[in-house]
Design a protein around this ligand. Structure first.
Ligand code: NAP
Length: 499
């Protein structure tokens, strides 16, 4: 498809965030938009993460749009393929599929202050847009470990989010580096087929049981026929999860029962005292993402699995050498080492009013936005899943819907009042972030005794939201012009700051 030369709204990413923005803008009659995505399909993270065992650890009833509840989920925690199918269906049913251009990556976007629009270069051509809605995701760019010799490995080596399905694992010696949310889903599946599996653990995670179950046909029929029931069910799950907020954000001691449940899970899955000791976490539950699995510990305890806790010294063409000098042979290495989260690659490509990229803007103090969505110096940039919007206990879809409500209202306000652009006041953005960082001091993420992808190189938590999600929704329910510089539409070159 040839790109149009100009659109009102350019949406980057066709995952949950981009699709939600497209659907809701359409509802408002804002149909002059385009969604671009570098992938071959919609789905974002659920398109990319096809590793064996890929599954959502947030209940399926909550991990869907509130306006497109899905009574057909087959189980209480959906596998990847089912979420991907759901997103494809949503894009089609809500009529936004034709507005999506795939295999098209945003290379550069620069705010033209005279023309009051974004000049964008993509791998499929150039275009301008009045607003730039960045929904590229916070967990989309694989972070490969810097290990000596890794490029010289002669077997197959790939990241968990770029699984190479052409590589057969049956009868092979496999190494999995990492023990995070992705790895604990991969390990039980690989253990079933590999001749031998080495799991390289740097930090033992907390793993609580996953109360997964298949929905019966009558249950699904009831959810299909009785929308009020499905809504009630969803609401119940939402509030049950919201109950975890105090434990994460101001009273980490409240996590003790969950920590006990995790230890019971560990003891049930592993009987060998030595292995138990190795997998017992040394930090407070919640400091890193709490993982859910019934199968991870039994897999680690299997005869064909070794948990390697000596640090990795280097990779050789045929295996991995640990700090104790032992070489562990491997045919396949799976790198489950996470993503770029606090130095988002897209930040290097977005250049604001002063000619500085978001990455440059954030280099000194870390990521910061106003309400996780707009950024001083970057008019008409709306970041989805932006700084301090992440969740450790509930569904990101809830946050995404709240952000889209805010963006819609910003666009409506601009239309109604005749403004060309909006940009948060520096003071509003500073106050917002100072308040967040004050709250952070009491959270388990900052006090729990761990390092995690939640914290940046300055030790600041710029990824998570430290309050209840309903508070986030309330704060973003209305666009707040008082916090913004509102630029009037001017046909001539001058910009006029109205407020
Ligand atoms: P992650 O949580 O960042 O875990 C990365 C793992 O790799 C950690 O165990 C880390 O050890 C280890 N690691 C990193 N660099 C290493 C190195 N150089 N040498 C050895 N080990 C290294 O990444 P992830 O598992 O891909 O998960 C990322 C996030 O994606 C999750 O927190 C979650 O939000 C999301 N996710 C969600 C689901 C879901 O079900 N909804 C599933 C998968 C992922 P340390 O702990 O010591 O740093």
């Amino acid at each position: 498809m040839t790109l149009p030369q100009r659109v009102e709204h350019l949406i980057v990413g066709a995952g949950f965030a981009g699709l939600c923005a497209a659907i809701k803008l359409t509802e408002d009659g804002e149909t002059d938009y385009l969604v671009i995505d570098k992938g071959h399909d919609v789905g974002g993270t659920w398109r990319d993460n096809t590793y064996p065992g890929a599954c959502c650890d947030v209940p399926s009833q909550l991990y869907s749009f509130s306006f497109a509840r899905n009574p057909e989920w087959t189980s209480s925690y959906s596998p990847q393929w089912e979420i991907q199918d759901y997103l494809r269906t949503v894009a089609r049913v809500y009529g936004v599929r034709d507005k999506i251009v795939l295999s098209t990556e945003l290379e550069h976007a620069e705010w033209d202050d005279e023309a009051q629009l974004w000049r964008c270069r993509t791998t499929s051509g150039e275009l301008t847009a009045r607003t730039l809605i960045a929904g590229a995701g916070g967990l989309s760019e694989p972070r490969l470990p810097e290990i000596e010799g890794i490029d010289g490995f002669e077997g197959a080596l790939f990241h968990s989010a770029r699984w190479d399905h052409s590589v057969a694992l049956a009868g092979k010696r496999v190494a999995v580096i990492g023990t995070g949310a992705s790895a604990i889903q991969i390990v039980p599946e690989v253990q079933k087929v590999a001749e031998h599996l080495d799991v390289y653990q740097r930090t033992a995670p907390w793993v609580i049981p996953r109360n997964d179950r298949v929905y019966s046909r009558p249950e699904r029929a009831a959810l299909r026929r009785l929308p009020a029931l499905s809504k009630l069910y969803r609401t119940g799950i939402y509030w049950a999860h919201e109950g975890y907020v105090p434990m994460f954000t101001w009273q980490p001691k409240l996590g003790k029962p969950a920590q006990k449940a995790a230890l019971v899970n560990l003891h049930k899955g592993i009987t060998d005292p030595e292995l138990r000791a190795k997998v017992t976490p040394s930090f407070r539950l919640g400091c890193k993402r709490v993982l859910r699995s019934n199968t991870y510990y039994p897999a680690l305890a299997a005869d064909n699995v070794d948990l390697v806790t000596d640090s990795i010294a280097r990779v050789t063409p045929t295996g991995i050498v640990t700090a104790d000098g032992v070489e562990h042979p491997a045919d396949v290495v799976v790198v489950a080492t996470g993503f770029w989260t606090t130095e988002l690659p897209i930040a290097e490509r977005i250049v604001g009013r002063e000619g500085r990229s978001l990455a440059e803007e954030w280099a000194a103090g870390g990521m910061a936005a106003y309400k996780g969505t707009t950024v001083h110096g970057f008019p008409n940039l709306f970041m989805m899943v932006g700084p301090n919007t992440g969740q450790g206990h509930t569904s990101m879809v809830f946050i995404i819907e709240a952000q889209v409500a805010y963006i819609r209202d910003a666009v409506r306000t601009m239309r109604r009042e005749g403004y060309a652009a909006v940009e948060p006041h520096v003071g509003a953005q500073r106050r917002w972030n100072a308040n967040l960082q004050r709250r952070m001091k009491h959270t388990v993420w900052n006090t729990g005794g761990c390092s995690s992808w939640y914290l940046d190189s300055h030790g600041r938590n710029t990824t998570l939201w430290p309050k209840a999600t309903f508070t986030f929704r309330r704060l973003l329910s209305r666009f707040d012009p008082a916090a913004y510089v509102m630029y009037a539409v001017r046909p001539d070159a001058d910009r006029e700051a109205v407020a």
